[in-house]
Design a protein around this ligand. Structure first.
Ligand code: UDP
Length: 234
């Protein structure tokens, strides 16, 4: 059975070795991680974040209205989508970027039918601008899109190999959790791998979420095959 996967790539993943902005080398790595999954028959929809440029919450104030700040955050995701689509196409992986906000000069507007049509033609679809609405994150947008696109699972790549009982960057004795219930992911205050709205959506609609390390070779393929990798929230 063909697996359709929603891959959530945060801005941090796309900035690679840089302090901010978009790292084409990292994007090339992502292309090479996605390639075997496509060869294996998976269909890939990507939601990109924008934290490598700016998140809405970072610039609210001193006259900048929250709505404007979040709109600017969404524009950050647009830059990532445009750049990532170019790198994936250049790597020989047919890809189309679509935006939930109309920016027709740059990329096509997202519609469900357009996205499905690209997927049916074996193209990767990258979605920019999250939900197109302020006060949300691209994690929530990713879950929302996964439901709309009838994905079998959401794969969120991170810098660590899954979810830990406490922050593994701060606590060396942190223990990795292989499986988490939605309820635990939602209520445990130490688990901040995804925002609660996103987890709530996953729980309501019973869609599995896999959290895994982007930089471990083969993780994306393993996750799309349903093999054990990182942490499964289900
Ligand atoms: N954003 C928004 N609505 C959405 C998705 C994102 O307003 O549906 C804004 C929000 O300000 C967010 C920014 O876009 O901070 C960038 O997205 P996010 O923080 O999720 O990026 P990531 O942390 O994944 O890089």
């Amino acid at each position: 059975m063909t697996k359709r996967i929603l891959l959530k790539l945060s801005g941090e993943q796309l900035q690679g070795e840089f302090a901010s902005g978009f790292d084409p080398k990292r994007a090339r790595w992502i292309a090479e991680q996605i390639r075997p999954a496509l060869d294996d028959g998976a269909e890939i929809v990507i939601m990109v974040g924008g934290g490598n440029y700016v998140r809405g919450n970072q610039i609210i104030g001193q006259g900048i209205q929250p709505v404007s700040a979040h709109n600017i955050g969404m524009l950050s995701t647009l830059m990532n989508a445009i750049a990532l689509a170019d790198v994936l196409n250049d790597a020989g992986l047919p890809t189309r970027a679509l935006s939930t906000v109309e920016v027709n000069q740059f990329i096509d507007h997202y519609t469900f039918r357009r996205a499905i049509s690209h997927i049916k033609k074996n193209r990767i679809v990258i979605v920019a601008c999250g939900t197109g609405r302020p006060f949300l994150t691209t994690d929530t947008a990713a879950l929302n899109l996964a439901l709309e696109m009838q994905c079998d699972a959401v794969v969120k790549t991170t810098k660590v190999d899954g979810v830990y009982d406490k922050d593994p960057m701060k606590f060396p004795d942190a223990v990795k959790i292989d499986h988490l219930s939605y309820q635990e992911a939602l209520t445990n205050p130490n688990i901040a791998v995804m925002d609660k709205a996103a987890i709530g959506l996953a729980m309501d609609e019973h869609i599995p979420v896999i959290i895994c390390d982007l930089l471990t070779d083969g993780n994306i393929l393993r996750a799309t095959r349903g093999e054990s990798v990182g942490t499964l929230i289900s």
